[in-house]
Ligand binder design. Structure first.
Ligand code: FES
Length: 219
């Protein structure tokens, strides 16, 4: 049935993410410049999955990215993120025909927005035409959707196929407007780019808040 084919992620109580609809799951890593700047994504071949499968959320599975029941040893997966839509939190930064919006609590610290000598906010507000054009790519690579871009009032978003990128040592980058359902049965806002915590330590669950970097998460 069509419903079963539609990709969907359900957060389970103090447990893994249940994924249905078979979205491709691919390994991914951030390519960095010689100065350590995040420049692009490198993704690999899809990881074989079943029709429905469980992705680790506690960060302790020995069969990452899949769940191996390690959460049963004790994992507090309480979803603490702000349930309001991003439109009620984001701030706008304007320059030329562009508006960059910033919903800071969603930040996964992938840092595509930072350059050694510049950043996306400055590029929009004070940049050259070339720098403003570069911001479109920066926003498209921002896994969490913290940053969004608008041109003359029209949202500029890449057309991602529904898929899950397992970021090396980082979160799940969920792309293509895959619905995420809370453990309490309510729906999180559907967005084109979402970063879901897989280290188990985010203070903004189910979303990544960059804590994986502080704790040196490996996986
Ligand atoms: S994966 Fe980023 S905070 Fe858990």
């Amino acid at each position: 049935m069509a419903e079963e084919r539609e990709a969907r992620i359900t957060v389970t109580e103090d447990g893994p993410y249940r994924v249905s609809g078979r979205p491709p799951v691919v390994p991914g890593r951030i390519q960095r410049s010689e100065y350590g700047e995040s420049m692009d994504w490198e993704t690999g071949e899809p990881i074989p999955t079943g029709k429905q499968f469980l992705l680790c959320r506690c960060g302790r599975s020995k069969t990452k990215p899949f769940c191996d029941d390690s959460h049963l040893e004790g994992f507090d997966g309480t979803e603490t993120a702000d349930r309001r839509p991003t439109a009620e939190r984001r701030h706008a930064f304007e320059g030329g025909s562009l508006t960059l919006t910033d919903d800071r609590p969603l930040c996964a610290h992938a840092a595509f927005c930072e350059r050694v000598d510049n950043n996306a906010w400055n590029m929009v507000r004070h940049g050259t035409d070339e720098e403003r054009a570069e911001v479109e790519g920066i926003v498209a690579r921002c896994p969490s959707g913290r940053l969004e871009l608008w041109r003359e009032g029209e949202r500029v978003e890449p057309d991602y196929e529904p898929s899950v990128v397992v970021q090396r040592n980082g979160p799940y980058w969920v792309r293509g407007r895959i619905p995420v359902e809370s453990a309490d049965g309510t729906a999180w806002e559907v967005r084109n780019r979402v970063a879901l915590c897989r280290c188990g330590q985010s203070r903004n669950k189910p979303f990544c808040d960059g804590t994986h970097r502080e704790i040196g998460f490996r996986g």
